[in-house]
Write a protein that binds this ligand. Structure first.
Ligand SMILES: Nc1nc2c(c(=O)[nH]1)N[C@H]1C(S)=C(S)[C@@H](COP(=O)(O)O)O[C@H]1N2
Ligand SMILES: [Mo]
Length: 510
């Protein structure tokens, strides 16, 4: 009896192998089924997305700050390592009995089920994907454990065991690849290519050569699509074909609108040069970019629907369930010219920037306005519901704050002595920049030369020269907008409605 038990204790290596192969089989089975019922139902992604939504905002800010656009890769990598560790531990705990491993596989499966149920963008069938994972995980673990226990007492079944394990691993790889293939079946790139060139009826005025100080080291006036900052909660970019897209405008309106892509495309398209900014941008941060957006005025759509008295917020929802609320007054403001955009710099929107359609509202931070992959707009009374970032402690209304940034000299750069050029950007969307001042080492403020203005909804480049001797120096900048507001030096963090404070750059002249 004693001997029998000892015989059936699995070696560490075999136990760990069973754990890892079972988890791989579970993930792959779920991924394969997700290929049929929706990519976001894939357990790995669903758990990752849930993790993003559950992350406390200071940690999320930290991730965005530290890892930038790689924050999601870091998350996926971290999850992979955690799962690998869990699989090994589950295997090692199950050297005598399969019970601990079965329990862990079941717990992981249930976690995935909960994560999928939590997603608003998935239909009821989506549950099949994590269910497949749960069954595959527990099933494969139980089966391999049984075969391994037999192999411990019989050397001929030892080869069988390795053969079977290899087969399961190969099967898992195949299922994973097949799932990936099925996901790609929704050929959104072809749909985007099919949209072709978007020619606005009213093009944006050409950008004057003097709008830009890129030669001195500021950004180019228009940000190329591939360089445009990207911020969203989507772990995988939603793949919504223009042909399948519909937008419903409803709620406190006289007439509900139900629009498809051709309805939008067929209207007179307007092009506007707009600088977008993220509220998470730290003083001096990179989350600001400018593009020529092409679309139809939000004002026209809202007038067509007819906003009822009392309806003062547009609650919009993306295909992946992200939500925001935007003041109706800002959307109706003709001068501001908010767009339902379908194009960016002459092309259909890139997938990461909201293909087929998104909102852009000059002068408002993205989190209260710029819904990508937008599919639903409901006119409501502000406060009757709360949106994604409002639920997480950010302000309900968030106009962009007047700000400025030094691009050259970069922090810790070394520049030659003599005339040192300090240059950068300033922005006060929807108000306009009146002046920019720079001082060195706490001295007198000097007025910078402003580059040509494109419109008051875009950033403005500036530069100023200082004769500087060797040593380390600190440049500071502050902008004044056309309302006469000068940036405060009081440093506040991005939460709840945007950072304030003067940007400074510490550099060396040598
Ligand atoms: N669907 C969706 N839309 C979204 C977001 C999101 O997480 N999901 N993030 C918003 C935020 S916080 C910003 S700053 C802008 C960024 O747009 P961009 O990625 O095109 O620069 O998109 C907004 N629209
Ligand atoms: Mo943002």
């Amino acid at each position: 009896m004693n001997e029998d038990t000892a015989d059936r204790t699995l070696s560490r290596r075999v136990a760990a192998l069973i754990g890892v192969v079972s988890v791989a089989a579970a993930l792959a089975a779920g991924h394969l089924v997700a290929g049929f019922v929706g990519p976001n139902a894939s357990p790995y992604l669903a758990v990752g997305n849930a993790a993003i939504d559950l992350t406390p905002h200071p940690l999320k800010d930290f991730a965005i700050r530290t890892f930038g656009v790689y924050d999601k890769l870091v998350l996926l990598g971290g999850m992979a390592l955690t799962l690998l560790a869990a699989a090994v531990v589950a295997g090692l705990l199950s050297r005598r009995s399969p019970r601990p491993g079965q329990v862990l596989a079941a717990v992981l499966g249930i976690l995935a089920v909960v994560a999928v149920l939590d997603r608003p963008d998935l239909g009821q069938l989506a549950i099949l994907a994590p269910a497949a994972s749960l069954l595959a995980g527990v099933g494969v673990f139980t089966w391999l454990h049984g075969r391994a226990s037999e192999a411990e007492s019989d050397s001929s079944s030892r080869r069988d065991f390795l053969f079977i394990t290899g087969g399961v691993a190969a099967g898992a790889a195949l299922m994973g690849v097949a799932g990936q293939f099925l996901t790609r079946r929704v050929d959104v790139e072809a749909s985007r290519a099919g949209v072709g060139k978007l020619v606005p009826r009213t093009p944006a005025p050409a950008i004057p050569a003097g709008a830009d100080l890129a030669a001195t080291g500021t950004p180019t006036f228009i940000t190329a699509n591939r360089d445009f900052y990207r911020i969203d909660t989507a772990l995988t970019v939603p793949r919504l074909r223009a042909e399948d897209w519909r937008l419903k405008i409803h709620g406190m309106v006289d007439t509900e609108l139900d629009l498809d892509f051709d309805d939008i495309r067929g209207r007179p398209l307007v092009e506007k040069t707009i600088t977008m900014t993220c509220v998470s941008n730290e003083v001096g941060g990179p989350y600001i970019s400018t593009a020529n957006f092409i679309g139809v005025p939000m004002r026209d759509l809202l007038l067509e629907a007819g906003v009822k008295p009392g309806g003062d917020q547009l609650f919009s929802t993306s295909v992946d369930g992200w939500t925001t609320g935007t003041p109706i007054a800002d959307l109706l403001d003709e001068r501001r010219g908010a767009l339902l955009a379908i194009g960016m710099n002459g092309e259909p929107l890139p997938l990461e920037h909201g293909f087929p359609a998104r909102v852009v509202v000059p002068g408002l931070y993205g989190y209260v306005s710029a819904t990508k992959w937008v599919v639903d707009m409901e006119v409501i009374k502000a406060g009757s519901r709360s949106f994604y970032w409002e639920d997480r402690g950010w302000a309900r209304e968030a106009p962009i704050k007047t700000q400025s940034r030094i691009d050259v000299p970069r922090g810790f750069a070394t520049v030659p002595p003599g005339k040192v050029t300090v240059a950068g950007i300033a922005w006060a969307q929807n108000v306009g920049i009146d002046k920019v001042e720079v001082r060195i080492d706490g001295g007198q403020w000097q007025q910078a030369t402003l580059a040509d203005e494109v419109n008051d909804q875009t950033w403005r480049m500036w530069s100023v020269e200082f004769p500087l001797g060797p040593g380390s120096h600190r440049a500071e900048v502050r902008a004044t907008d056309r309302n006469g507001q000068t940036q405060t030096d009081r440093r506040v963090p991005p939460i709840p409605d945007g950072a304030t404070g003067w940007h400074s750059s510490l550099f060396t002249v040598a």
